[in-house]
Every structure is written in C-alpha cells, then in structure tokens.
Design a protein around this ligand. Structure first.
Ligand code: SF4
Length: 61
C-alpha cells in the first residue's frame, strides 16, 4: 500500500504525524510520507490518518 499527500491541500496541521508517526512526518509546512510503501502493520493507522485528515489531503493507492 502506498499513501500520497497532496501538498497543495495539506495545511500542516500535524494530525497524521501525531497519529501515525511511522508513516507521516511534518516537514516545514506540509506533511510528508516517510514509509513508502507503507509496512503491512502500519496500513491501518495510515488509513485512519487518511480518513481523519481535515482537508482530505491523504490519498491511498
Ligand atoms: S492531517 Fe492532512 S492536513 Fe494535517 S498534516 Fe496530515 S496531510 Fe496535512
């Protein structure tokens, strides 16, 4: 599984990095994906992060 962050949509709120720090990291102003592909044991938290992103900037492939 792969996740992507739409950098033009991400507000840098940090929620995804807080909830799933093995997959997302907050950069200077937007979050970035640090696990590509997402390890199987982290898929669930990555999916939750995508669902919980307030601006729907995380997409799953
Ligand atoms: S939760 Fe969404 S808006 Fe917030 S940092 Fe992550 S990708 Fe960006």
């Amino acid at each position: 599984m792969k996740v992507k962050i739409d950098e033009s949509t991400c507000t840098g709120c940090g929620l995804c990095a807080d909830n799933c720090p093995e997959v997302f990291e907050l950069g200077d102003s937007v979050a970035k994906v640090i696990a590509d592909p997402v390890p199987a044991e982290k898929e669930e938290c990555a999916k939750e992060a995508a669902e919980n992103c307030p601006v729907d900037a995380i997409s799953i492939e």
